[in-house]
Ligand binder design. Structure first.
Ligand code: G3H
Length: 310
């Protein structure tokens, strides 16, 4: 059982030195595959899809995003399908800092959170003072949640203290806003590194750990999600602190979302299946979830053209 060696980590309020056990790659992939084949009853599927919407960060992170596009997305976040009764609102919308004021204005009074990718997303390699200023500015504009990217350059070079200190500084810059730390697991190279990065981010103060930016070829995968969920479980066991899990990148269909819900329930328990502890970040998932709900309710498929664009 190896320890992350972060000088002074014991001084982090509420923190402790956290052990990092090596990951059994074969066993992890086998467990993730087995969880993915669990059959779910129709009534449970409807409940799972309702939960997937309530835990969704409806996202647009394109260079061509406009206030008009964000306003339309916010309307969909509040009422995902005005034609169907009983469809909940999503948990949050996620936008670039530039568009936070638009989202805040559009969502006023709805209870839907505004999340923003601050800190020179998606590389997260701008000067630290620039990254921290961007975080403060997004929060000042009304962001409730900030998604930053782990400094993989420092982490992969073994400069754990630097990566840790940057997350801790970002947490401080967030003030009242919640901090999500994107590990960009597709670039970390091994499950051991995913587990180490998860532990480091949690120890540094992350409120959520998140798989991916959605900007590289490898996004959230079931084994990676399982690896992070197990790290969260072990961190909670060792420190008493419950950190949330956000799965993001390439989650496009309802089946993926209920498979991930099963994985989280089986690993972390039902108490993690709330928007406070679980999120799915997605730009193109909501319509498939709505289509599956309509199909399960009526027995027939609707056409994609019956829904507004995600
Ligand atoms: O944080 C969320 C991701 O950027 C969304 O990725 P996606 O566009 O593949 O759904």
């Amino acid at each position: 059982m190896a320890l992350i060696e972060i000088p002074g980590a014991q001084d982090v309020p509420g923190g402790a030195t956290v052990s990092v056990t090596p990951v059994d790659e074969v066993g992890l992939e086998a467990r993730a595959a087995a969880l993915g084949t669990r059959s779910i009853k129709t009534s449970s599927k409807l409940a799972a899809l309702d939960l997937a919407i309530r835990c969704m960060d409806l996202t647009t992170l394109e260079g061509i995003d406009t206030p008009g596009k964000v306003r339309a997305m916010c309307a969909k976040a509040v009422r995902p399908d005005p034609a169907m009764s009983g469809i909940p609102s999503v948990a949050a919308v996620c936008v670039y800092p530039e568009l936070v004021p638009t989202a805040v204005d559009a969502l006023q009074g709805t209870g839907i959170h505004v999340a923003s990718v601050a800190g020179t997303f998606p590389a997260g390699l701008g000067p630290l003072d620039v990254r921290l200023a961007e975080i403060r500015s997004a929060v000042a504009a009304g962001a409730d949640e900030v998604d930053i990217v782990l400094n993989r350059s420092a982490f992969m070079a073994g400069r754990y203290r630097e990566a840790f200190d940057e997350i801790a500084a970002s947490k401080e810059a967030c003030g009242r806003a919640h901090l999500k730390v994107i590990l960009e697991t597709g670039e970390l190279g091994s499950y051991d590194q995913v587990r180490r990065a998860s532990m480091l981010a949690m120890l540094a103060g992350a409120d959520f750990i998140k798989t991916s930016t959605g900007k590289i070829g490898t996004n959230a995968t079931p084994p990676t999600a399982l690896c992070m969920a197990e790290a969260i479980r072990d961190f909670a066991d060792q420190t008493g602190t419950a950190v949330g899990l956000k799965l993001a990148g390439g989650i496009r269909n309802a089946k993926q979302s209920w498979q991930y819900l099963v994985l989280v329930q089986e690993t972390l328990g039902a108490e993690w299946l709330t928007p406070d502890r679980f999120r799915i970040g997605a730009s193109s998932l909501l319509n498939d979830v709505l289509m599956q709900i309509a199909k399960l309710r009526s027995g027939t498929y609707q056409r994609p053209s019956d829904f507004t664009v995600d």
